[in-house]
Design a protein around this ligand. Structure first.
Ligand code: HEM
Length: 139
């Protein structure tokens, strides 16, 4: 598509209403606003695909050649790929984040018990040695 208009992800994302709906599919930008009511899959599904790269959603449906033939008439340009946020940039889910420290806390507690036992044993040995030492002095 030589000379196609290039949009930033932020710009495309702003068109997220029924009357003004832009989609990103395979690097291209589609203004599907006039197609919302005609779309056999419904308008909700198209709206849900705004604000992101909808390529996977589009492909997962297994759209026929008929659907692909309809696409060029809604194409208004391309998206600047460098402006699309990486999927991996999103944070770890809160439950995962809180789940991680648990094994560390458990092993820390185990180490603490071992250390307490070792300290007690050391004290007992010291007490015994002192008693023996004192006894040998008096003899
Ligand atoms: C320019 C973009 C799109 C066009 C021109 C388009 C066109 C079509 C057409 C013609 C059909 C009828 C079945 C077929 O011929 O494949 C269809 C069905 C469907 N489309 Fe799209 N579509 C577009 C984008 C999307 C997107 C982004 C989604 C998001 C998931 C989607 C979801 C669906 C669903 C759920 C169906 C119904 C499938 C079924 O009932 O089996 N479409 N679409």
């Amino acid at each position: 598509m030589a000379g196609a208009k290039v949009y930033s992800f932020k710009e495309v994302r702003e068109h997220n209403e029924r009357k003004d709906c832009w989609l990103i599919i395979a690097g291209k930008v589609y203004d599907v606003s006039p197609f919302m009511e005609e779309h056999p899959g419904g308008d909700e599904v198209l709206l849900a695909c705004t604000g992101k790269d909808a390529t996977a959603d589009f492909n997962d449906i297994g759209h026929t050649a008929t659907a692909k033939e309809l696409m060029p008439q809604y194409c208004i340009g391309e998206v600047d790929a460098s402006t699309i946020p990486s999927k991996h940039a999103y944070c770890v889910a809160p439950e995962d984040a809180s789940a991680k420290p648990k094994p560390d806390t458990a092993s820390e507690a185990a180490w603490l018990t071992v250390l307490q036992l070792a300290a007690t044993l050391l004290l007992l040995v010291l007490a015994f040695a002192l008693q023996r030492f004192a006894k040998s002095k008096t003899e």
